[in-house]
Ligand binder design. Structure first.
Ligand code: NDP
Length: 333
C-alpha cells in the first residue's frame, strides 16, 4: 500500500530558520518560489541569466547568481532543465553547498541514472509535482494544491523527511496528497508516460484522423469531431472526477452500445509488449545513455526529428480548422 502524505503529516516548522534557494525561475521555479513565500517560508532565487533574475527581483525576491544563492541557503531546490543539471550541479551548486543542507529535485532522472551524484553530507529529496508550472501556482492560489511524488533519497541530517514534508506543504502539494516513491520509480513512471502511453495514444489519434480523411471527410470536420471541440479534454476531466467507466453514462445509449460492442476489435492489438519494451529500455538505463550520447553530439537527431514534425499535414489541418471556427492559436514556447 502506497504511503500518501497530507497536510496533517507535515509541519512547516521543520524549516524554521532555514533559507530556501530556488534555483531556476522558469515553469516550476517561479510557481514554487511564490507558493513557498506565500506559505511564510524564506525564499531566495538563484538564476543563470539576467532576464529571469530580474523578473524574480521585480517580484520581490532577493535574486543572485546560482553559487551565491546556494551558499546563502540551507535548502536548495534545483528547478532547472534536467539536461543542464549535471553541469550546473558540478560547476555552481556542489562547491557552494554546505554540509547538512538539503538538496531537492523535481524529477528523479539525474540522480536515478547517476548523472548527478550529490555528496553524502547533504539530504537528497524528491519533490516531483504531477502538474505543469502554471498549474502549481494556480492550484495553490485557488486552494486545491496539486499531487506530487516525494521521497527521501539520502538522509544526512536525520531530519530529511520532516524537511521534505515541510517543503511539500509549502508549495501546496500536501493539500492534494504526496505519494512516497524512489527517484528511480519516479523517473521510470515519468519516462514511461512520455515513451509508452503518449506515443501510443498519439498513434491511435493520428490513425483515426487519417482513416477518416482518407474516407473523404473534411479535415475540419474530423479534427473538430475527434479533439478540437474540446469535448475530449472535457471528457478526460470526467475520467478523473467521475471515473472512466462511470462517465460512460454521460454518453447516449447509442454511443455506449456502439463502443461496448465494437471495443473488442481493438482488444487483441498487442500494445502491452511494446509498452514493456519501452519500460525495459527506461529501467535498464538504455534510453538515458542514448539521450546522453545524443546531447553530447549536439543533438543532431533530436533537431532533425523536430524539423521533420513541422511537415506533418496535421499542422495544416489544424490551421484550417482554427480558421474555419475562428479559433485563436495560443503561442507555444
Ligand atoms: P524550465 O525549462 O522552465 O527552466 C527554466 C529555468 O532554468 C530558467 O530559470 C533558466 O534560466 C534556467 N536555465 C536554463 N538553462 C540553464 C543553464 N544552462 N544553466 C542554469 N540555468 C538554466 O524548467 P522546468 O521548470 O520545466 O523544469 C524544472 C524541473 O522541474 C526539472 O527537473 C523538471 O523535470 C521538473 N518538472 C517539470 C515539470 C513541468 O511541467 N515543466 C513538471 C514536474 C517536474 P534563464 O531563463 O536565465 O535561461
Amino acid at each position: 500500500m502506497a504511503t500518501i502524505y497530507h497536510d496533517e503529516d507535515a509541519d512547516l516548522g521543520a524549516l524554521r530558520g532555514e533559507r530556501i534557494a530556488v534555483i531556476g525561475y522558469g515553469n516550476q521555479g517561479r510557481s514554487q518560489a511564490l507558493n513557498l513565500r506565500d506559505s511564510g517560508l524564506e525564499v531566495v532565487v538563484g538564476n543563470i541569466g539576467d532576464a529571469a533574475r530580474e523578473r524574480a527581483a521585480a517580484e520581490g525576491f532577493r535574486a543572485s547568481d546560482i553559487g551565491a544563492a546556494v551558499g546563502d541557503a540551507q535548502v536548495v531546490m534545483l528547478l532547472i532543465p534536467d539536461e543542464v543539471m549535471p553541469d550546473v550541479y558540478t560547476r555552481d551548486v556542489a562547491p557552494a553547498l554546505a554540509d547538512g543542507a538539503a538538496l531537492s529535485f523535481a524529477s528523479g532522472y539525474n540522480v536515478a541514472f547517476g548523472y548527478v551524484a550529490p555528496k553524502p553530507t547533504v539530504d537528497v529529496l524528491l519533490l516531483a509535482p504531477r502538474m505543469i508550472g502554471p498549474g502549481v501556482r494556480d492550484t495553490y492560489v485557488d486552494g486545491r494544491g496539486f499531487p506530487s511524488f516525494v521521497g527521501v533519497h539520502q538522509d544526512a541530517s536525520g531530519r530529511a523527511r520532516a524537511r521534505l514534508l515541510a517543503l511539500a506543504k509549502g508549495v501546496g502539494s500536501t493539500r492534494a496528497g504526496c505519494l512516497e516513491m524512489s527517484m528511480a520509480d519516479e523517473a521510470a513512471l515519468d519516462l514511461f508516460t512520455e515513451q509508452g502511453f503518449g506515443p501510443a495514444f498519439g498513434a491511435v489519434l493520428t490513425s483515426a484522423i487519417e482513416a477518416m480523411i482518407e474516407a473523404g471527410y473534411p479535415p475540419e470536420a474530423v479534427l473538430m469531431e475527434l479533439y478540437m471541440s474540446g469535448e475530449l479534454a472535457y471528457t478526460a476531466q470526467h475520467f478523473v472526477d467521475t471515473g472512466i467507466i462511470n462517465q460512460m453514462d454521460f454518453h447516449s445509449r447509442t454511443s455506449q452500445y456502439g463502443s461496448m460492442t465494437r471495443g473488442w476489435r481493438f482488444a487483441d492489438i498487442d500494445f502491452k509488449s511494446r509498452m514493456r519494451q519501452a519500460l525495459d529500455e527506461i529501467r535498464s538505463g538504455t534510453f538515458a545513455a542514448e539521450w546522453q550520447d545524443e546531447q553530447r553530439a549536439g543533438a543532431p537527431r533530436f533537431e532533425q526529428l523536430r524539423a521533420l514534425r513541422q511537415f506533418h499535414p496535421l499542422n495544416e489541418w489544424e490551421a484550417a480548422t482554427r480558421s474555419a471556427f475562428r479559433m485563436t492559436r495560443k503561442p507555444g514556447r
